[in-house]
Design a binder for this molecule. Structure first.
Ligand SMILES: [Zn+2]
Length: 260
């Protein structure tokens, strides 16, 4: 029998917790009457029990996007909120894909926990999908999270803004390592309006992206934008090579055919 998966829990603001699953990070945001769970990880352990050790409030689950490390654990939940574009991709994240992802992360050293503790809860039932987009608001009572559509890393990526906390949750759309090589990414240039939108949006100074246990700032989004802009000037290729482009602290992994 698998050992209990060692989730790490860290409070990052009053009523806001980060949960580190080793492969990825998720967030529990509590208001006075409800809570919001941002992403559900790869589904390697009993994530639902971890949430319920943090809050006794009723809660909703929202996915920033439909990648394996963000929706792999959805089988533990009855409902999921997601964009229309990424809802179409949910069922491509199968139990077999989750295992491959966990094992490959182990081989590359990204996964720091023993595979013997990975306990994939099978997806018995697909959760009910609720399509959301720009302007949707999760009202938690005394705390509101606004949804922003931010295509790039996936065509249907979403960010969540809590103005009262000065925090934005950005998923994978503006990371130090921006992955732009998967089939459901936009072109590299299409990330620029998304990053411009984030930089022109008021109401936050702190940026919580996935896959990090430390906060980012607007300056990190500026660096990411500069890197994307520099890469966008390159000519595209007819060959679908996966390449890496580095500028300063920012790195983009991209498919050569996804420029222009
Ligand atoms: Zn992703």
């Amino acid at each position: 029998m698998a050992k209990e998966f060692p989730y790490e829990i860290k409070q990052i603001a009053p009523g806001i917790h980060l949960i580190n699953e080793s492969f990825s990070t998720m967030f529990v945001v509590q208001g006075d009457t409800r809570a919001l769970i941002i992403d559900c990880g790869t589904g390697t352990g009993d994530f639902k029990s971890v949430i319920e050790s943090i809050t006794s409030l009723p809660y909703d689950l929202v996915a920033t996007h439909a990648h394996v490390d963000h929706i792999g654990g959805r089988g533990q939940f009855s409902d999921i909120f997601i964009s229309a574009a990424d809802a179409a991709k949910i069922k491509s994240v199968t139990p077999a894909y989750r295992r491959i992802y966990a094992v490959s992360n182990k081989l590359t050293g990204m996964n720091k926990v023993p595979l013997s503790s990975v306990n994939f809860t099978p997806v018995k039932l697909e959760p009910t999908v609720h399509i959301i987009g720009d302007g949707y608001r999760f009202d938690l009572g005394g705390r509101v999270l606004e949804v922003l559509e931010t295509p790039g890393h996936t065509c249907g990526s979403l960010c969540l803004l809590s103005k009262s906390d000065g925090i934005i949750f950005t998923g994978d759309v503006a990371n130090e390592f921006l992955f732009m090589w998967m089939s459901n990414c936009t072109t590299v240039e299409a990330v620029l309006p998304t990053l411009d939108r984030l930089l022109s949006t008021d109401g936050y100074e702190t940026v919580w992206a996935s896959h990090t246990t430390e906060p980012m700032t607007r300056e990190d989004i500026v660096k990411c934008r500069e890197c994307v802009a520099a890469l966008s000037k390159r000519k595209n290729s007819v060959l679908p090579f996966i390449k890496m482009f580095k500028q300063g602290d920012s790195v983009i992994i991209y498919r050569a055919t996804h420029i222009h």
